[in-house]
Structure formats: structure tokens, C-alpha cells
Ligand binder design. Structure first.
Ligand SMILES: Nc1nc2c(ncn2[C@@H]2O[C@H](COP(=O)(O)OP(=O)(O)OP(=O)(O)O)[C@@H](O)[C@H]2O)c(=O)[nH]1
Length: 228
């Protein structure tokens, strides 16, 4: 396992992993309202630990691991939430374009943070949807499950939002355990792989359609020339 504090956002490395075609690399952005546990999730995933207090330095971390015999590298952008709830900061468009997939975090004890996630799903769809025919990979995470006695968002609401928005869903506690955090990151990795395969397939079909159109277009033109 390799964990590296990579760089400040905007200075990320090239996406080709040292020219090795067997490596798989994915850019992941964590978004959500203030205090929901974005840094806690990131640190749990990177170090398996929960340290309780986290600074507010925005960073991209690289984490590489062997999964099913293949080296997988996650570039994780742990964003610091702006005071307005995470939707209107100047960096958001940069993050939306950079990321291959998103983990949208809310706290199950903070209904306003759930509303922010609903907005962010729409925002991501709008930003990505123009160029991309395939839905962007998103996992919604309800964090702080250990505080269920203070819950204001039911599991059902989280699940329904994810279902309606075609996203994955996990309810976890970054404070209590590593396993749920791991499942959320790996769930996103699966979605990113599926999306890449679908995009490749769509590009392949487009290529075939273009070639067929070119051949038939040429034949039509040849026939027209012969008539003239
Ligand atoms: N009880 C409990 N507390 C948590 C959990 N995850 C994070 N926290 C606490 O929630 C507070 C905020 O966590 P952060 O990880 O800094 O939250 P953030 O979303 O990165 O916050 P910003 O940087 O302000 O956007 C900290 O005091 C954490 O210790 C959890 O699963 N359970």
C-alpha cells in the first residue's frame, strides 16, 4: 500500500500512470457540507485510522493498492467546504471536470447536509451531462451512523435519493470502523470501471456508425457520379 500526499489541487500529475497500461487510475472528489466527515472518511481510507480532529487544508492524496491482482491508484480530492454549503465555491467546476467519480457525504444527524447532497447530485449531472451520455459515477454516503440516537435523516430517505438519482448508497461511521469506508470507495471504483467500459462501448459504436456512413456515403456518391 502506498499513500502519498500528492499536491495542492491544480497541480495534479498526468493521468497516464508512468506509461504502465496495467495500472488503473481514478480521480475521486469528496464533496458535502461542512463538518460531515469528508476528511475523516479520507483519512480512514488512507490510514485505516480515525484521529478525531482534522485540519482544513485542501489536498489531493494518492493511494495505490493491489486489487484483484491489478494496481489501482486513487487520487482523492478532499475538499474543504465553503461557508455556503459547498455548492457555489469557485473551485467546484474544476473539481467536477477533474473527477471520474464522486463521494457525496452528509451526516445522518444534519438534515441541511442531506439537502446539500441533493443539490450536488443535480449540479454534477448538469456539469457532466452535456458532454457525457453515461451517468457520472456517484456514491452517496450517510456518515456518523454511530450517532443514530441523534438521527434526523432516515436510512430510507438516503436509499431513496440514491435510487432516484441512480447512485450507490452506504450508511457508515468513519469513527467506528474502516470496513464501511472501504466498501464506499470500492463501490465507487466499480461504478467508474463500468462507466469507462460503457463510454468505450459507446465510442466503439459511434466509430462503426461513422465508418458505415462513410462507406455508404461514398457508394451513394459513386452511384451519383456514374449517373451524371
Ligand atoms: N461521531 C462521529 N463523528 C465524526 C464522524 N466522522 C467525522 N466526525 C467528526 O466530525 C467532525 C468533522 O469532521 P471532518 O472530517 O473535519 O468533516 P469535513 O466534512 O471534512 O469538514 P470541513 O473540512 O469543514 O468541510 C470532526 O470532529 C470529526 O471527528 C463519525 O463517523 N462519527
Amino acid at each position: 500500500m502506498v499513500v502519498r500526499v500528492n499536491q495542492r489541487p491544480g497541480h495534479q500529475r498526468s493521468r497516464t500512470m508512468d506509461g504502465n497500461p496495467h495500472k488503473f487510475e481514478a480521480n475521486i472528489a469528496l464533496l458535502g457540507a461542512e463538518n460531515v466527515g469528508k476528511s475523516a472518511l479520507t483519512v480512514r481510507f488512507l490510514t485505516r485510522r480515525f484521529i478525531g480532529e482534522y485540519g482544513d487544508i485542501e489536498s489531493i492524496y494518492t493511494h495505490c493498492d493491489m486489487i484483484d491482482g491489478r494496481e489501482i491508484c486513487f487520487n482523492i480530492w478532499d475538499s474543504v467546504c465553503p461557508q455556503n454549503g459547498g455548492i457555489a465555491d469557485h473551485n467546484i467546476n474544476k473539481r467536477l471536470q477533474w473527477a471520474d467519480g464522486f463521494i457525496l457525504v452528509y451526516s445522518i444527524c444534519d438534515r441541511a447536509s442531506f439537502a446539500v447532497v441533493e443539490q450536488q447530485v443535480q449540479r454534477i449531472r448538469r456539469a457532466k451531462g452535456i458532454k457525457c451520455p453515461v451517468a457520472p459515477p456517484i456514491i452517496i454516503v450517510g456518515n456518523k451512523r454511530d450517532l443514530r440516537h441523534r438521527r434526523t435523516v432516515s436510512s430510507e430517505e438516503g436509499r431513496l435519493l440514491a435510487l432516484a438519482a441512480d447512485c450507490g448508497f452506504f450508511e457508515i461511521s468513519a469513527a467506528e470502523n474502516y470496513h464501511g469506508v472501504l466498501l464506499a470507495f470500492h463501490g465507487l471504483l466499480d461504478l467508474i470501471r463500468e462507466t469507462r467500459a460503457l463510454k468505450k462501448g459507446a465510442a466503439g459504436i459511434k466509430g462503426i456508425v461513422r465508418s458505415v456512413s462513410a462507406v455508404f456515403g461514398r457508394k451513394r456518391n459513386d452511384a451519383k457520379d456514374a449517373q451524371d
